[in-house]
Design a protein around this ligand. Sequence first.
Ligand code: 3HC
Length: 321
Amino acid sequence: MDPKPTPQEDPALLAAFEARIAAGESIEPKDWMPERYRRQLTRMMSQHAHSEVVGMLPEGNWITRAPSLRRKMSLIAKVQDEAGHGLYIYCGTETLGVDRFDLYRQLLDGTAKYSSIFNYPTLAWADMGVIGWLVDGAAIVNQTVLAKTSYGPYARAMVRICKEENFHKRQGYELCATLAAGTPAQRAMLQDSVNRFWWPALMMFGPSDTDSPNSAELLRWRVKRKTNDELRQRFVNLTVPQAQAIGVTLPDPDLRFDPETKNWVFGAIDWSEFYEVIKGNGPCNQERLAARNRAHDEGRWVREAATAHQAKQAARSTEAA
Ligand code: 3HC
C-alpha cells in the first residue's frame, strides 16, 4: 500500500463516513472517503485486476493444444473474459483517482501483487478443467461476497464478473467430468492436476484470519463482508461433494465431515509455501513477469499508433473549429 503516511482525517467527516458504512450505504467515487479507505480499495482492486491479466497466461498456454474445436472455443472465450475483467477493474481503480499506467508499471516491475495461484505451471490439459473448476470456483465464492462491498463501482463490477466466472467454472467442471469418465490415463491426468492445484486454490483466500493484517479494517468498513477463513471454508464445503460426484480424491488425508458444524474439516495449509510464492519465489513468478513485460514491449507500437491517431484527430478538430 502507498507508503506515504495517511493524513489525519477531519473527525466530523470520518464520523459521518462511518455512519454511512454502518447504515449499509454504498460509497461512490465523488463521496468523501478517508484516504486509508481509498488506499485499501486501490490495493485490493489493483491486485484483483493484475490477477485477471496474469491469470490469462497459464490458460493461454493451452489454447493451441486444445483437443477439440469446442474446447478451444470455450478456452478462448474464457481467456478473453479474463482480459475484460482486468480492464473492467482497472477502470474501477480510476474512479479512485488512480492512473492505471502507474498500476501497470507496478505489475511490470514486480512490485505489485497478484493472486498466488497463477504462479503455478499448467502441465497438462486437465489443468484447464481444474483451473476452471477450482480457481474460478474459489474466485466465485470470494467475488459473490465482494458484490456486496461498500464501494459502489467495485460491487457493481463484481455482479457482471461473477456471471462470467460461473461460465468459467461450469466449462471447467464439465471438462473434469469428461476426463473422470474417460480412460485410466485421462483419470490419472485429472487426479494429478487436482493434486497440484487443490492446496494453492485454498491459499487464494489469503492467510488465516489471525495472520491477515488487512481484514479487520476491511471488515469494519464493509469492504470485505466475510473473513478469509469463512470464505475458504465455504469453498471447501461446496467443492468436496463436487469432487466426490466425479470420483476425484482431494489430496488431504485429514479431510473429514463434521456433523456438528456441517463443515468439511481440512488439513493444515503449508503457509511457508504461500509466503514464498507471494514473495516472488513461486514456480512461475519470474516466467509470468517476463511474459507480461514481453507483451508490454511488443505492444509498444499499438500504444504509439493510438497516441499518434489521437493527436491527428485532435489537430483535425482544432483546424475544423
Ligand atoms: N495471492 C497473493 N497475495 C495475497 C493472497 C493471494 N492469494 N492472499 C493474500 N495476499 C496478500 C495480500 O495482498 C496482503 O498483502 P498486501 O497487504 O501487501 O496487499 C497480504 O497477503 C495479507 O493478506 P490479507 O488477508 O491481509 O489481504 P486482504 O485483506 O487484501 O485479503 C484477498 C486478500 C482475499 C485476496 C483480498 O485481497 C481479495 O478478496 N481481493 C479481491 C479478489 C481477488 O483479488 N481475487 C483474485 C483471485 S484470481 C481471479 O479472480 C481471477 C479469476 O479469473 C479466477
